[in-house]
Design a protein around this ligand. Structure first.
Ligand SMILES: [Zn+2]
Length: 261
């Protein structure tokens, strides 16, 4: 069974409704109708297939605050947030991130602190992380209640996605990490949650193939992560998170899955 584990923080999501009560696309603002509506995935279904290829179709979400596990065979989606055109727009980032995780060749960094990867479209990779976080913030789905960016950051990220602009290295700095065990077994993944890193507010998210990322969401611009962040330099640097099997993340995933009904 593949697992997505919901984090434990409860926060309210924001719903945008037009003046006459109609739902509008949160990216371009067009009123949603039966013609342009779509099932917008928050965590891309294409990445779910990478998460547990042999078990795709039996994914479930469990969480310490959830009464019961939520079965989401093809992942959870929201039909009230994006028009089909905008869903396809962010789908380009999703598609690239899948190819990146499937095909990347990691070269050990001389420092021992991680790896480098050549020929990465770092713009698209950063946009994927930001758009995933943004989608998690604008949806009302209960499994993403831990993500609430607030109106200022939601609007800034909306502009970045709308304009396909990943900003500078200090703008919503994205740092990529990876677990180092090479047995291909990374269990489930944790859904997005807020945490602190080197004194800054960040959201952390998990991806298939043992990848993990942080997105800095903090009014303080400068930080130690920027120089090695996604988009800062060629080649891309990926930090080593150590062995998944001895990680805090695996402990959380196993404990939560064992307790779920
Ligand atoms: Zn739209």
């Amino acid at each position: 069974m593949g697992y997505l584990i919901r984090s434990r923080i409860k926060l309210m999501a924001i719903v945008r409704i037009t003046y006459n009560g109609q739902m509008s696309c949160r990216l371009c603002g067009v009123v949603l109708s039966p013609i342009n509506k779509c099932n917008a995935h928050i965590f891309p279904s294409s990445l779910l297939k990478l998460l547990a290829p042999g078990e795709y179709g039996s994914i479930k979400i469990v969480g310490t605050e959830m009464d019961r596990a939520k079965r989401t065979p093809i992942g959870s989606y929201d039909c009230n947030i994006l028009c089909a055109t905008c869903d396809n727009k962010v789908g380009i980032y999703d598609g690239y991130s899948r190819r990146f995780m499937e095909n990347s060749v990691l070269v050990p960094h001389p420092s021992g602190a991680g790896w480098t990867i050549d020929n990465v479209d770092q713009h698209k990779l950063k946009m994927f992380c930001i758009s995933y976080l943004w989608r998690a913030s604008i949806t009302n789905l209960s499994e993403f209640k831990a993500v609430s960016l607030g109106t200022v950051h939601e609007e800034r990220m909306r502009q970045m996605i709308l304009n396909d602009n990943s900003g500078g290295v200090n703008d919503y700095t994205v740092s990529l990490q990876k677990f180092s065990n090479d047995d291909g077994n990374f269990g489930g993944i944790l859904l997005l949650a807020r945490t602190r890193l080197v004194g800054l507010n960040v959201y952390e998210g998990y991806l298939p193939h043992g990848y993990k990322f942080w997105v800095k969401v903090d009014s303080r611009n400068e930080d130690k992560l920027s120089a090695i962040s996604v988009g800062a330099a060629e080649p891309l640097f990926v930090g080593d998170r150590g062995n998944f099997h001895t990680s805090v993340e695996k402990t959380i995933i196993v404990r939560t899955a064992m307790r779920s009904k």
